[in-house]
Ligand binder design. Structure first.
Ligand SMILES: [Zn+2]
Length: 258
């Protein structure tokens, strides 16, 4: 770390100072910002959701192509949690920051739409989105809401209004490429920012985990808020191993009114 303030309140004050001075801030969010809203971490073991099926297999493009019903059966509890989830104080603080004109982009690894529900607009969804579904046959794209409700409530597999084929959520499954436009926009934003805030990501999933490196290599400050250590803790200006819900609102408040 370039500086080591002695306590959490000092760290928050210093982080708020960095945020107040920054002109182009990018926030990278991961599962840790959504777990306080009741959405289990996709990739961590022992969350129940992953207990019966191997996610790498069932949430893969090949399983979806060959056995979409297996995918949907596995996906239903998660979709239900996402459908019911409400944004938390960390999401809302980022929205406040954006509305004050102090936040450039939210780059998110999440597919749960909680940044959207919180009212944020400049969102880059690296792992796709649950907001839309696409037809696997005729490529028709539809808004997911009218399909998700019957799916969550009755288990009805979403089917294309055009041709009747199974619709696929526009989320990135294992074995799928990241959406190109999102990836390029995120890289450009990361290289141009002067402050990168990592919020609730352990920076374990490439290539998204490399974005903060692109930022600091070009002179940006780095602030990391995550429950567990990351590979970039040693290069961050401030590291807070804490829950984002406790920290982000405090930092935003400090930056706007401190
Ligand atoms: Zn179709």
């Amino acid at each position: 770390m370039k500086s080591s303030p002695a306590s959490v309140p000092d760290d928050i004050e210093f982080a708020g100072e960095l945020l107040r001075k920054a002109e182009r801030t990018v926030v990278l969010t991961g599962a840790g910002i959504s777990t306080p809203s009741g959405i289990p971490d996709f990739r961590s073991e022992g969350t129940g959701l992953w207990a019966h099926e191997e996610p790498l297999e069932v949430a893969s493009l090949s399983t979806f192509r060959t056995h979409p019903e297996r995918f949907y059966e596995w996906f239903r509890p998660l979709a239900t949690q996402i459908f019911d989830a409400r944004p938390n104080q960390a999401h809302l603080a980022l929205t406040r920051l954006e509305k004050e004109g102090r936040l450039g982009w939210i780059v998110t690894q999440n597919i749960d739409l909680l940044h959207q529900k919180a009212g944020s607009s400049n969102i880059i969804e690296m792992h796709g989105t649950l907001a839309t579904l696409s037809c696997t046959q005729c490529y028709q794209k539809v808004n997911s809401l009218p399909y998700l409700k019957p799916f969550v409530e009755e288990g009805k597999t979403p089917r294309c209004p055009n041709c009747g084929a199974v619709l696929k959520p526009d989320v990135i499954l294992f074995g799928e490429q990241l959406p190109q436009k999102a990836w390029f926009t995120a890289q450009r934003a990361s290289r141009a920012c002067d402050l990168m805030i990592v919020a609730g990501s352990s920076l374990e999933v490439l290539p998204v985990a490399g974005l903060p490196m692109q930022a600091i290599d070009r002179g940006a400050h780095l602030l990391i808020i995550n429950n567990s250590p990351t590979y970039l803790d040693v290069r961050a200006d401030v590291v807070l191993h804490a829950n984002v819900v406790d920290i982000i609102p405090a930092i935003v408040e400090q930056a706007l009114n401190g």
